[in-house]
Write a protein that binds this ligand. Sequence first.
Ligand SMILES: [Zn+2]
Length: 201
Amino acid sequence: MNHKSLLVHRLFRTAVTSLRPISSPPASSTLLARRFLQISPVLRSFWSENMSEKDFEGKSVRELLQKPDAKSLTEEDYKKKLTDLEYQVTREASTEAPGTGIYNNHYKPGAYKCKCCGIDLFVSDAKFRTTCGWPAFSESVGKDKNIVRITDTSYGMERVEIRCKQCNAHLGHVFDGEPTPTGERYCVNSCSISFEPAAKQ
Ligand SMILES: [Zn+2]
């Protein structure tokens, strides 16, 4: 590593280390480093030349950029990674109160990913305005490429529950007979998803 690379590398490590205590929910430095790299193409291209460094809890930058192995996370890991409400919704199939979620009235262009494992679930083009109180989508990424449907008979109703195919996070329900191009409405908890803004043109 040359002098300049080493300096940037140290700065990056310092930023990750100092942000860790104030992140909410508390994140490991691996998770924070991964987030930095995911949102910054400049950092990614810089590190493509220095991929063998193992400075982030023993992981190289290449390892940080790989999809986390969702199956290897334990419920304890999820408790640390998620807020109480996010945990209750995604891991215990609870539902956030209507009209309270951060993506309920959110219409910026971008992608919605699984809160637990980060896999792509929805895009903003499929999101539409409803009065139901939860984010609503007319379709999912790749026609349920990353979603499984399960018949849910709780509360004396027959509904179709949707879960993340990769990590089994509860997302919400899907209803048919809706005034959308697909005839369906994916009714999703804001707690179950995170938003990645579209790159500026
Ligand atoms: Zn997931």
